[in-house]
Ligand binder design. Structure first.
Ligand code: SF4
Ligand code: SF4
Length: 324
């Protein structure tokens, strides 16, 4: 496994970051014990970086995976809190649930612009105070928006940016793939640590996995790539791809890789909607991609826009939306 320094944070992270959204209740719905087994298999293969968020509901999975693990692991989490008090609660909850005195990375979740960051400033200030107390090591933002990466790169308080970027440019908001890459370069020049999200556009381009990873790993500004993994086979496959692309040779024999590829391809993800929509619109409001609309009081998904993040599932009061 190859490791990189994450900007100026001093954190050394594996280029493959375990994206913990996928194992949780918004997607595969693994139990904490099952999810811990998947995470642990990644740690055993050299992954030392886990990305989660308060929304994902995977703190317990991660806590169990780390029980007795002897080596340092970098955990990044995120919160939508925008007030000081809200962020204090989020950080307390994360530290308690993960059983850690200090969280390596705490991000403002899903920022959209300079204005959104300004609106979250009290929460950001609280994180900076928490950093001074040793409760957080570095502070940052996650975003799907090109303009937000640019805005964050000009803020000294933001040390890490987690932008949406992938080979096909799926899900990027407010600009093209090239414009997002230029914004990322600008951020890296400003000393920000960058780790990418939605490398596979939420799983839509699974058949192009090695090429998609190769595209991101070839960008020198991107220290690591968060990839959602929900099975031990998927972990091994991704470790194999990263090792091969990093010039270390494949990590596993070709026949094992071929068997895992078949298994993972057979378990493609999709968004399902159960009956019973009341047309309340909560999911429409929360979709970062504008993929949901209400038609005749019923929600409709535009599959080409959906990046399978599962956030709509958390917003639905009737639990009708799920990634399977
Ligand atoms: S429809 Fe749901 S899963 Fe798809 S992008 Fe929107 S919030 Fe994410
Ligand atoms: S949140 Fe649930 S009930 Fe409300 S519009 Fe969306 S799917 Fe329908």
């Amino acid at each position: 496994m190859e490791y990189r320094l994450l900007g100026g944070t001093g954190l050394r992270v594996s280029r493959l970051c375990f994206g913990a959204l996928t194992i949780g209740p918004l997607q595969a719905g693994l139990s904490p014990e099952e999810g811990a087994r998947v995470i642990r298999s990644a740690l055993e293969l050299g992954v030392n970086f886990i990305d989660t968020a308060e929304l994902y509901g995977t703190y317990e999975h991660i806590r169990l995976a780390l029980r007795g693990w002897p080596d340092p692991v970098v955990i990044a989490t995120k919160s939508y809190a925008y007030t000081r008090e809200g962020m204090r609660e989020s950080l307390d909850r994360a530290r308690r649930a993960l059983g850690r005195e200090c969280l390596e990375l705490f991000l403002l979740h899903e920022q959209e612009s300079a204005e959104t960051i300004r609106g979250h400033w009290p929460a950001l200030e609280y994180l900076l105070e928490a950093k001074a107390k040793g409760w957080v090591r570095a502070v940052g933002i996650s975003t799907h928006w090109v303009g937000c990466v640019r805005a964050a790169s000009r803020l000294a308080e933001v040390e890490v940016i987690h932008p949406l970027i992938n080979r096909r440019g799926l899900g990027i908001q407010g600009g093209s793939r090239e414009e997002m890459l230029e914004a990322i370069r600008e951020a890296a020049r400003a000393g920000k640590g960058i780790y990418a999200m939605k490398a596979l556009g939420g799983g839509l381009i699974r058949e192009e996995v090695p090429a998609s990873f190769a595209f991101l790993l070839a960008q020198p500004e991107i220290a690591a790539v968060a990839v959602g993994m929900r099975s031990v086979e998927e972990v091994r496959l991704n470790v194999h791809y990263f090792a091969a692309l990093g010039g270390e040779g494949g990590a596993f024999p070709p026949e094992e890789v071929a068997a895992w590829e078949r298994k993972v391809a057979a378990a493609e993800r999709r968004l399902v909607m159960d009956e019973g929509c009341t047309g309340c619109g909560s999911c429409v409001q929360c979709c970062p991609q504008g993929a949901l609309t209400l038609v005749g009081g019923q929600v409709r998904v535009e599959a080409q826009r959906c990046i399978l993040c599962g956030y709509c599932g958390a917003a639905c009061p009737r639990f009708l939306l799920r990634i399977v």
